[in-house]
Design a binder for this molecule. Structure first.
Ligand code: PHE
Length: 349
């Protein structure tokens, strides 16, 4: 009997050492310790033994049983550890590998230029003002000294929505809005950037474009003068187009300024020598500007006896074209990724 128990023990040990996975372990457990196992039937047969032998064999069987249990538990622990180690190995992540680069968008060249202009003027103490793109005839024309029927209205073929409303043809409309909104009629130093619309569509004009408007008004005794306008535009142009750019003021006409000027800069391509871009003149027209017309001051609540000022306006798209050497304005509006990705944020990283 004793040998039988020992034999069971040895066989069990041997079998346990051969287990390969948890499934096998479960099966072996049933076989060794379950209701139908040899050990269980031995225990059941204890009754047939002598009173002397019964406790001895009984305790031997129990000993063997707990030894088998212990071995099984050890084997289970080992198998679980092995399974975990395998899993970890399989799921290992190499954190030293470079990550996959995500594609980032780029800032649109027009927005770059707008931000640059805003930064510059804010640094000179200007406010940045916004105005509506859907504008009234009153603010776009009338309050800028262009009454109905004024021939200058023909200069700008407009998108009228109704008799009264149109898409603004110029950011100058914000000049009138700013003056009128300023109830204390205190000095103004503002720029406004934004979209403008005209009925045009060719390589150098788009039906939608962007302008920046500048307006400075101060008390007469401070004498805001043409010299101030010139100095301001010089800073502006040199910053935006190039430190070597020179400015030339040509007398011109705008209904809302008097005197009025068109401002040319030396051609950024040939440096003023003359090339096809500047039509061999060495100059490129970039800005409209002038001293605010007394009528405009008056119409918008500023007494021309007490106040004077200057205004200027220019196309941001054209500035962007000069700055980045873009030959067709339509590139700015067709959102071709091949074009846009050239303006990625390398310099901002
Ligand atoms: N608004 C004018 C234009 O669109 C430019 C301008 C602005 C001229 C301010 C003078 C003063 O051409």
């Amino acid at each position: 009997m004793k040998e039988k128990v020992n034999q069971i023990k040895e066989v069990a040990k041997e079998n346990i050492s051969k287990i390969k996975d948890l499934q096998e372990l479960q099966e072996l457990k049933v076989k060794l310790l379950g209701k139908k196992s040899e050990l269980t039937s031995l225990l059941k047969g204890l009754g047939g033994l002598s009173a002397e032998e019964r406790p001895k064999i009984g305790s031997l069987v129990n000993e063997v049983r707990s030894e088998i249990e212990e071995n099984l538990a050890k084997a289970e622990k080992k198998l679980k550890e092995k399974a975990l180690a395998e899993k970890l190995e399989k799921e290992k992540i190499d954190i030293t590998l470079p990550s996959v680069k995500t594609k980032r968008g780029s800032k649109h060249p027009i927005n770059r230029v707008i931000e640059e202009i805003q930064d510059l003027f804010v640094s000179m103490g200007y406010d940045v003002i916004e105005g509506p793109e859907l504008e009234t005839d009153e603010f776009c024309f009338e309050r800028l000294n262009l009454p109905a029927g004024h021939p200058a209205r023909d200069m700008q073929d407009s998108f009228y929505i109704t008799e009264e409303y149109l898409l603004r043809t110029q950011t100058s409309s914000v000049q009138a809005r700013t003056m009128l909104a300023n109830e204390e009629k205190s000095p103004i130093r503002m720029i406004c950037t934004g979209k403008t619309y005209r009925r045009e569509d060719d390589a150098t004009h788009s039906h939608q474009f962007n302008q920046v408007e500048g307006l400075v008004i101060d008390k007469k005794e401070l004498n805001v003068s043409l010299a101030d306008l010139k100095g301001t535009l010089e800073v502006f142009v040199k910053k935006m187009i190039g430190a070597n750019s020179e400015l030339r003021f040509r007398p011109s006409y705008f209904p809302f300024t008097e005197p009025s000027y068109e401002v040319d800069v030396t051609c950024f391509k040939c440096g003023g020598k003359g090339c096809p871009l500047c039509k061999k003149t060495g100059w490129i027209e970039v800005l409209g500007a002038g001293m605010v017309h007394p009528n405009v001051l008056k119409m918008n609540g500023y007494d021309p006896e007490k106040y004077s000022g200057f205004a200027f306006g220019t196309g941001i798209d054209r500035l962007a074209m000069f700055k980045y050497g873009i030959t067709d304005m339509r590139y700015l509006y067709t959102n071709d990724v091949r074009f846009l990705s050239q303006f990625d944020r390398k310099d901002e990283e």
